[in-house]
Design a protein. Structure first.
Length: 89
């Protein structure tokens, strides 16, 4: 799960299911997806969806393994909840 607060709102991205596996490298995968999404200028929900999907795929089932089909599946199954920031006064 990733919680993010920006000027535009608050976001919570959650993987589709509780995952089991070796989390070694999952944090690095998450940061890489965040950096790539920011560099590409993608909207926050898309960035966070990719970050959760990539880190989840990197954690299952073995460290260093990256099942691309699992990443693609997670990209469609990650939920991103949005609440917009209140107007500043």
């Amino acid at each position: 799960m990733i919680l993010t607060v920006t000027r535009d709102g608050r976001y919570r991205a959650v993987p589709p299911t509780r995952l089991r596996g070796n989390p070694t490298g999952a944090g690095d995968a998450c940061v890489a997806a965040l950096a790539a999404g920011l560099a590409a200028g993608l909207p926050w929900p898309d960035i966070l969806r990719d970050a959760v999907a990539l880190s989840a795929a990197a954690a299952a089932p073995l460290a260093g393994d990256f099942p691309h089909d699992l990443y693609e599946q997670f990209r469609t199954d990650v939920s991103v909840e949005t609440s917009h920031a209140p107007d500043a006064h």
